[in-house]
Design a protein around this ligand. Structure first.
Ligand SMILES: O=C[C@H](O)[C@H](O)[C@H](O)COP(=O)(O)O
Length: 225
């Protein structure tokens, strides 16, 4: 099976976690896109969605699915999203698709977090995938120095094919931090949150996944945390 087929399989399985007549939080990225396409088939069964990025909002609306502003929503039944890495405790690295801050906000108000990923995303120790950190542009260099002190090698994310900084939906910059071996994700998340100028870190440990649907050649495996 190709990686896309594995992603499609978990996206299909995630439909079982959609709560009828409720608001669904929707993530960002290639796996989340497959989920959106599946959600479109049962759109009449849900109240609507909250999106974690402009790209996701556009794809949802393109399917005729209602997208609410989070400020108009009191509660989200379930948040469904991909991950760049996930460990055995349900902690994740996210933000490869640049949406980490809004993803973290939507996840924080959701009763359940269902992570959908192909099997290659499950790792023993996270950190091989560079950890994305969203920063206020003027603090790019000072935050980079603080991250280097934690043992990482931060690199400013650029717009593909240019020398210009990539700008997020929130007007932030992204530092992708390589070389970390994340043995205590909760502690590192708390430490990075303390750095002045950080908007959000793509480490989802304090609020990790409740369930992970993992696409493997033997079928979709369900991990519960
Ligand atoms: O910002 C993007 C998100 O955190 C994605 O969920 C993550 O990058 C995984 O993306 P994909 O499903 O494309 O591998």
């Amino acid at each position: 099976m190709t990686q896309d087929e594995l992603k499609q399989a978990v996206a299909r399985s995630a439909i079982d976690y959609v709560v009828e007549n409720e608001i669904i939080g929707v993530g960002t990225g290639s796996t989340a896109n497959f989920f959106i396409d599946e959600l479109a088939k049962i759109k009449h069964k849900i109240k609507g969605t909250v999106a974690s990025s402009e790209a996701t909002a556009a794809r949802l609306r393109g399917h005729g699915i209602d997208v609410f502003d989070l400020n108009d929503v009191a509660e989200i039944a379930v948040y469904i999203d991909g991950a760049d890495e996930i460990d055995a405790s349900g902690a994740m690295i996210k933000g490869g698709g640049a949406a980490l801050t809004r993803e973290k906000i939507v996840a924080s108000v959701s009763k359940q977090f269902v992570c959908i990923a192909d099997g290659s995303k499950l790792v023993e120790v996270m950190g091989k995938f560079p950890l994305p950190v969203e920063v206020i542009p003027m603090a790019r260099a000072s935050v980079a120095r603080a991250l280097a002190k934690l043992g990482g090698t931060p690199k400013l994310r650029l717009k593909p094919g240019t020398e210009e900084a990539f700008v997020t939906d929130n007007g932030g910059y992204l530092l992708d931090v390589a070389g970390l071996s994340i043995t205590d994700p909760k502690a590192l998340e708390a430490q990075i949150n303390q750095i002045v100028g950080v908007i959000a870190v793509g480490l989802f440990a304090a609020r990790g996944a409740n369930v992970c649907l993992l696409g493997t050649a033997e079928g979709v495996k369900t991990l519960k945390f």
